[in-house]
Design a protein around this ligand. Sequence first.
Ligand SMILES: [Zn+2]
Length: 273
Amino acid sequence: MTDARHFGSYDVSILVDGTYRAPIEHLVHVTREEEAARVARDWGRPTIDVPVNLFLLRGADGPILIDAGAGEAWGPDYGLGRARLAEAGVAPGDVRRVLLTHLHGDHALGLLQGDAPFFPNADVLIPEPEWRFFRDEAARAALPPARRGGFDLATRVLAAYGERARVFAAEDEATPGVKAVPMPGHTPGHSGFQIGEGADALLIVGDALHSAELQPSDPDFGFVYDIEPRLAAASRRTILELSKRANYVVAGGHLDGFMRVEPFGAGWRMSAA
Ligand SMILES: [Zn+2]
């Protein structure tokens, strides 16, 4: 767990839930396929390894989480965020709200213990377009089976949390002091969050970025997990430009620690903040 840093009205810590080893073949390039093949050839390792993060926000209103990790669903190498939470002195019953960036297993399965809610007193707040998409039967049928996990997750989260599973509107305050920032493409309703204002603000970018090494200099690099690859690339460009211009501190579902974005060549680069 990182040391807590203060943004807006919250102390924010990054909790590492595990390490995801993305097979190098899962790297794509949305405009020039040969670019992904070139990186795969030169990478020197079979995987691109990224942390799986969740975020603990502590403020006047009790502990809030952004994302929930994988829980027990992905085996013993994941779900470590639960131990980090316990070390921080936060019991599952203390958590008031869990805000989701999107409905993928490594971000949302940690909400569940079997079919029961792991956070028995929490409200679960989901981006409205994400909830709408992943509860749409026609949308499910249109996607290949390997991309349908979010639909089952929506059903299970609703069954476990009932009326406490609620939506927030794009660009609204998802909870006091935490503004939703739409970043569609990775999933249709994928949302980031801004905490605080100006150069003292933190922008949590969820899965809009998976690699601080490859994507800032060429945002057309993506991973097969992006449901709408070109829209995801466009969102990456918007976020990188915004973060550079506003000098935001940036963190993500799969980035290492707190970072900043600076211009580099025709694109950007990211380094530890
Ligand atoms: Zn994802």
